[in-house]
Write a protein that binds this ligand. Structure first.
Ligand code: ZN
Length: 58
């Protein structure tokens, strides 16, 4: 099942959105984006929880 995520859905003032064939591919895209755009070297547990809740069926 394809999945999608938007930074806006976790309250970020950011127009990034990503789509992938499954959740683990999507998480990889989100990690790359978080690092380059939000200067997050790692995603902390609280943010990770928000991201997981914000991931929707694409
Ligand atoms: Zn973003």
């Amino acid at each position: 099942m394809a999945k999608k995520f938007s930074c806006r859905d976790i309250g970020m003032d950011c127009s990034f959105s990503a789509k992938a064939a499954n959740e683990s591919d999507l998480m990889e895209k989100i990690k790359v984006h978080a690092k380059s755009a939000h200067n997050m070297q790692t995603i902390d547990a609280a943010t990770m929880g928000k991201i997981k809740k914000a991931i929707k069926e694409a």
